[in-house]
Design a protein around this ligand. Sequence first.
Ligand code: SAJ
Length: 419
Amino acid sequence: AEIAVIGLGYIGLPTAIMFANAGFNVVGYEIREDVVKKIKNGNSHIIEPDIDDLLRKAVESGKLRATSNPEEIKEKDVYIICVQTPLREDKTPNLEYLESAVKTVAKAMKKGSLVIIESTIPPLTTLRMAEIIEKERRFKAGEDFYMVHAPERVMPGRIFKELVYNSRIFGGITKESAELAEVLYRSFVKGQTFITNSTTSEMVKLMENTFRDVNIALANEFAFLAHQYNVDIFKAIELANTHPRVKIHVPGIGVGGHCLPKDPYLLLSPAKEDFGLIKRAREINEDMPLMAKDLLFEALKTINLPPEDAIVTVLGLAYKGNSDDTRNSPAHAFIEHIKDDVKEVRSYDPYVKGTHESIMEALKGADALVIATDHSEFKELDWKTIGELMRNKVLIDGRHIIEEPPKGFVFKGIGRGEY
Ligand code: SAJ
């Protein structure tokens, strides 16, 4: 089968590479011409383990081509749509990219094409997109073309492993649609595969990330309570998790990334009513950078340093450890919350460009250090040297990097009770 992948981003590019290296002829369609140019030269625009070698192999074998020209995706057997579905300012889903991709596909496809949406989308969206194609081409969905929602479930940093070994859901607008997609993905998927209808698979994907978000919010509320009771929440969670049916998540400065902060809103968006739990969990997680701000200001108070005189260094800008991805990073939200109240905010992240060159430079003369990302290398810092560099020694741990507070520092951590 000839495959066209629409959108060569974090998910589309790895997926195109997998199909090409499994032997299919794949055309990757991407409107950003600089991205197409890079890929044509065998270079990836995203950072991900193994991607450079796998991409070069796919391009050099001639199995993967990239293009910005819609003429080159005409009459393919399969279309896989991997475009982003972000939120607007008012937290409603912005499906413009998806609709435009679907219209591009509608124009290019032939009778009998299989259209697959990998993007995370609100419930009922696949059915709506099928109607768009029906209108555009006068094709009948399920008869003249097949359509499936096949959500990606990979974690950045582990994409090429998880693409192969994770289980996958194929939600068809008809059973035949789902079965066709299942056979196709079986060419490289070694995990289990399941068939269902498209609205169920849309919900499944959103429920997975909402489950994680709500659980993190619960852990964060526990952390908030722990401060009032002078309990170290991490010790308490460790003990609670010895119960066979309890698995409390990890509290912290916030929940970032491209998925968790958005998917709960996608899940709720088409609903007429809901119970309020999911939305409240989201608000709790969005407010966590404010809790970190409170801890910082409390600590500054104990050393009698007015915030407006304080130089604050934030360690880590990425949304999670050992990643360069800063999308919806709580570190940014935290910086926004403090920047008008303090003298200077500095940042250092070994993975992110545009921060201080070295950690030493970022900390020289600083009054407070705030850990916002759990990068491995932050676990091995030399606190004696750092203490000597800083003007005042305030340390705020937003990610439970510090087990024992280092000597001489005023220490506060999210969920760490009263140190
Ligand atoms: N976080 C916590 N406490 C925790 C776990 C995470 O504060 O106990 C924070 C992280 O620091 C980070 C954010 O949550 O800021 C999200 O990180 P993550 O590791 O939970 O997830 P993502 O966004 O990298 O990937 C998720 C995954 N979904 C689930 O684990 C249910 C991944 O499998 C999905 O494919 C991905 O979203 C996606 O694309 O939807």
